[in-house]
Design a binder for this molecule. Sequence first.
Ligand code: ACO
Length: 377
Amino acid sequence: MSEAISPGLENVNIKYTELTYIDGINGIMRYRGYDVNELAARSSFEEVSYLMLFGKLPNYDQLNEFKNHVLSNMVLPDYVLSTMKSLPKKSDALAIMQTAFSALSSNENNYQWNKENDKKTSMAILGQALSIVANTYRIKEGLDTVTPEAHGSYAESFLNACFGESDKEKVRAMDAALILYMDHEIPASTTAALVTASTLSDMYSSITSAITALRGPLHGGAAESAFKQFLEIKTPDNVDSWFQKNIIEPRKRLVGFGHRVYRTFDPRLKTFKEYARSLARTQEQKNLLEIATKLENLGVKNFGGKGIYTNTDFYSGLVFNELGFPLYMFTSLFGLSRISGILAHIIEYVETQERLIRPRAIYNGPGSMEYIEIEKR
Ligand code: ACO
């Protein structure tokens, strides 16, 4: 029986895509043909989002129009902000984000999927997402909620909405993180969005589905868990003994290592590592970086032979921390980055391959049973 199903849908292809190319053997990743690290170094979140949603890199006019459209949509309706604020203070940051998108979906009645609506709604969602994630941080920190102001870029507007300030290097790093995490083919969250979109439900509901899936520890939470390891180790001198006691002896997994697709270093790692180094300004940040570097060397030495190498989450948490974000925000930052990719995938699916996603399950329960009245059971 078991050979007739594919547990975890492993090796099941459910769509064609022109969006993200991954070569897990050689460690290559491209968006519509462009190398992700080159985009992270030379482009911006809004430019790459345009590439994903519209199919090509924009010229100046197209980029400005796109950016203006996105950034003019950062105003959240009062009922969304008050819903977010009404949640318990200890709520998971991603749960606040999913609730906000679910609240926004209440406005959607009989959404008409077509090229024009889809692109317009996507731009609105990108602006609203910025505001939702920034205000999630502010609510959890006990700060007043804000309507973000449009600054030079999406990344700059976001950092300013969170912290009331930003500097050039942090904006560059935020922009790079937003680009690097933007898409990764169809992991669980994007697949959840595709299932919802395939019913021709609306885009807000599709995004809500994606965030609910992202919330699970098997998917979105690895950057947070990797960073927790560094905190637990405390000092670079403890790395060897921690590794021996917590990974080697109990035969446990080092978080931030290994990947279903990559058998070499995750290509996105290169840029995250560079920013983790250049942004480490305080003694504590330098200490964490040294711990991470030592731990990575041990991981590669012990697991590299099996094709288990560092993945992107090993260093992204260091960057998020250096940008000023607390641990609880790491997965929401990943979620914010991923929204353009999810939108591009659901539009690609509905526009070109529209078909209800409805797999089958093989029944292996009892045969015909006779109903017995409750008194007689
Ligand atoms: N540390 C040590 N050993 C590992 C690790 C790791 N992080 N990952 C896999 N291995 C070992 C396994 O123990 C297994 O060894 P064995 O063959 O001797 O039993 C072998 O490598 C293959 O493991 P699988 O479970 O088959 O690998 P799979 O592709 O299913 O797992 C996964 C991928 C889930 C990411 C895994 O590597 C893991 O658990 N990593 C730690 C968590 C993590 O970093 N998650 C982030 C993923 S990346 C992302 O989401 C952006």
